[in-house]
Design a protein around this ligand. Sequence first.
Ligand SMILES: Cc1ncc(COP(=O)(O)O)c(C=O)c1O
Ligand SMILES: N[C@@H](CCOP(=O)(O)O)C(=O)O
Length: 538
Amino acid sequence: MASSSSLFNTSLSSFEPKPKPKPFYRNPNPITKHRPSTLITCTSSTANNNNNNNSPPSAAAATAPKLRRAVDENIRDEARRHRSASSNDFSAKYVPFNAGFDSAEWYSLDEVVYRSRSGGLLDVQHDLAALKKFDGAYWRRLFDSRVGKTTWPYGSGVWSKKEWVLPEIDDDDIVSAFEGNSNLFWAERFGKQFLGMNDLWVKHCGISHTGSFKDLGMTVLVSQVNRLRKLKRPVVGVGCASTGDTSAALSAYCASAGIPSIVFLPANKISMAQLVQPIANGAFVLSIDTDFDGCMKLIREITAELPIYLANSLNSLRLEGQKTAAIEILQQFDWEVPDWVVVPGGNLGNIYAFYKGFKMCQELGLVDKIPRLVCAQAANANPLYLYYKSNWKEFKAVKANSTFASAIQIGDPVSIDRAVFALQNCNGIVEEATEEELMDAMAQADSTGMFICPHTGVALTALIKLRNSGVIGPSDRTVVVSTAHGLKFTQSKIDYHSKAIPDMACRFANPPVEVKANFGAVMDVLKDFLNKAPKSRA
Ligand SMILES: Cc1ncc(COP(=O)(O)O)c(C=O)c1O
Ligand SMILES: N[C@@H](CCOP(=O)(O)O)C(=O)O
């Protein structure tokens, strides 16, 4: 149903494929329970207002004018100059998913490994004991102190939480577009008009470098690949299967670092905007005559044979970046916890990433609870929903049917176990949206000034259903995660507003009025319009 793809044949036969980090901790006003001496050094350069270290700036530093760096220095050099010489205590490793802290099976993040010995998923496990040496107030202040700066690499919403993401990577190896720090928008009119809600928010993760939340995970994965290549590990390129957003992010971050990228796309199943992104960024694009699940199977087989690093969220590194969106939401609410967070789900890495981000904040004392999560699926690609409805009795992959929410047209999600774990541990809910429901919800949201993607329409439908059934209350603080930019999915909006979708009423369509180029004709249609327009608010 993603009719955009028929305009641009994705077979594209005419297209030629073209050591440990230095610590940076200083805390002149200790607020920690314990303050490890190795972490804190204060040099004359760190004492100025550049705040390249971990400490919140002092009041004097915050008001003093910043000294411009030397002309022959860039922001990486500047960050390097300000780093101190001691080493930090933080570390992370791969363990089998849901393994305890004493797991005998673990792998260094510098190994190329995607699965546990038993074939299960992996997870990145942080040394929580080391992180807990600092209390929640310390972490809150540290993260808050880095927002809105251009200091390398903390100008990124992901790397501003570096100690919780990839603590051991050298800042020099980081590949970042200063992603994250996305807008948390108060959906005042949508909430009031369509839901009777006064505390509804949309986290616009799609207003980002490549137009989706995938940037958050990809900066981490490509940075680690950059490091592996510097360590002379045999990684000749990075590859993914994609419904359009993972491939866009992968190709952009790889292009930025000069690393070859290879993307497997299901032919004629992604939007034209998504297709052109990896092409423009110089990826090697394969348009394959199968669906996403078929592409995913192929890339797993290929990456097992060739030195191509797997960039899908099966690779748990990605989720370390994606989880920062959850931390950001808490931060944007001044560390108050919302009641609900609604996330559209496909391959199901992101719902777990949100859970993990919230859970870390609770475990490390930044907040005292976590929100309930809702995972929203398209009814045409709903294996998680069916599993949930069976009371988690039996999981069956499905054949995903065509959906306007084409980026979640996935029938055999690789992160199913992660998603179930997340939902069961936060009293979560799974909902689904039919094509008509998701398109109507998208049009309704757009009519209140947003310009959302169909996947966000799926999430809004879930919210509408849970509001109508009274599960979500009128004053519950609720965040809907918008996962991609609406401009990637304009064809679906054109089809809707042209009422060109078979068997769909398109109730909120707003087609343009064709009118002759003369004053009288224009006046007639305008008078008609103004008579029908709602009168201004008293
Ligand atoms: C725009 C968009 N929304 C939602 C999702 C679902 O995320 P996940 O696969 O992590 O469930 C994806 C990708 O799958 C996506 O591209
Ligand atoms: N929507 C995704 C599907 C693949 O998801 P991933 O998070 O496992 O890479 C895409 O855009 O490709």
